[in-house]
Design a protein around this ligand. Structure first.
Ligand SMILES: [Zn+2]
Length: 166
């Protein structure tokens, strides 16, 4: 398994709650997170757009790992309006700039798992991942035990990315 395969396989439905996926699960965690109002203390949006929000991943692969999530519960690009698709790409671009401004990484990963067969952790709700990468970030812990060390507090990540989001 190379780094990228691990990367795309990492996200499970433990996104915010830490609860494992279950067949009884009826609510969608991405719907919940995307709809938290900006004035709430629970809000983890780097930016709230008209159709999509840029939200922190609570179980990041690296510091600065965010997701672009449409407010609407849809599972594919063909399900969103042209305006929402445009905004999604604009937000991917602006998120890239914010990550570069906040972290000066050696590179970035941008991408989505679409559909049940893609390995998506939350296949029912379309979302794009954006995260910084460093030349040396496949570290000892990842290689040996399949765990990652995320040194930065999520509140600090949020603050840094909000400051750099234009
Ligand atoms: Zn949803």
């Amino acid at each position: 398994m190379d780094g990228l395969e691990r990367l795309w396989a990492t996200w499970r439905q433990e996104y915010v709650t830490g609860k494992p996926a279950s067949s009884e699960q009826t609510s969608c965690i991405l719907c919940e997170v995307a709809k938290i109002p900006d004035n709430s203390e629970q809000n983890t949006h780097v930016y709230s757009g008209s159709h999509c929000a840029v939200v922190l991943n609570a179980f990041p692969y690296t510091n600065g790992h965010v997701m672009i999530v449409p407010y609407e519960h849809v599972d594919g690009l063909d399900q969103v309006t042209a305006d929402a698709r445009s905004e999604m790409f604009d937000l991917l671009y602006r998120t890239t700039l914010a990550i570069q401004g906040a972290y000066s990484p050696d590179g970035l990963n941008l991408g989505a798992n679409i559909g049940q067969g893609s390995g998506a952790g939350i296949p029912d709700h379309l979302h794009f991942h954006a995260l910084p990468r460093w030349n040396s970030d496949t570290n000892f812990m990842t290689t040996v035990v399949g765990a990652r060390v995320i040194p930065e507090d999520l509140a600090l990540t949020l603050e840094k990315l909000r400051l750099n989001f234009k």
